[in-house]
Write a protein that binds this ligand. Sequence first.
Ligand code: ADP
Length: 263
Amino acid sequence: MSLNLATTNTQSGQIKISHVFKKYGAHQALEDISLEIPAGSVTVIIGPSGSGKSTLLRTMNHLEKVDGGFIQIDGEFIGYKNKGDKLYELSEKELLKQRESVGYVFQNFNLFPHLSVLQNIIEAPLAHKKFNRQQAIAKANQLLMMVGLREKAEAFPKQLSGGQQQRVAIARALALDPKVILFDEPTSALDPELVGEVLNVIKNLAKLGKTLVIVTHEIAFAREVADYIVFMDQGKIIEQGYTEQVLEHPREERTRNFLSRVL
Ligand code: ADP
């Protein structure tokens, strides 16, 4: 059976991050971050704990507001619209609409505990009036098949393992047909034996032509799936480039030190 999960235009989903700054109190969490992520690529962000990886990911769908700089996806400002030469923050409604094209997978799954697996997946498409109920259910079932959980449609989150819950969360993130999917340490809350099943699902997603940005400590996985690696430390991008270049021939000493500790 063929699954039609790809977006209509597989070349969309280009991310441009331009001179982004973010402070928490006196702490500079992001300092002058610029990064261009090509449409349809897989980018893995690595770096020590506290280096700003999650903060950067969260700015990409305006879960976190930037203090300076801007982010665009396919030329559209994230969190803002421009009128004349000024930027205005999007209303809550406009932001929800914009987030249809930027899926997010959280470390702790964030499924609705009182909804079944199927209801979790169809909730957003119905709320956004993206599909009618029948279409949303058909799509949810396709997505559940893709993540290997077709038989769990009627189960509730607490009846599932962590790995299964995260696979449902990935199916849910795909339900609105996003151009970009952001993964914030998608396996770090899982028991080690459940990590592989989630990484396998992400590997399959990489073949669908969507733009994936993944924060992870799984370097072996990064080596296998990523087109590009971004190494961050203390709120800055220290090094970025093709996966093999950064992981096998890092140019910066800080990257080498980090990799020697985690490999
Ligand atoms: P990483 O994902 O690399 O572990 P984070 O982006 O989570 O790093 O955090 C970067 C820095 O910003 C850390 O020092 C963290 O303590 C701080 N930080 C993150 N979120 C907040 C917040 N909501 N309030 C205050 N400080 C925060």
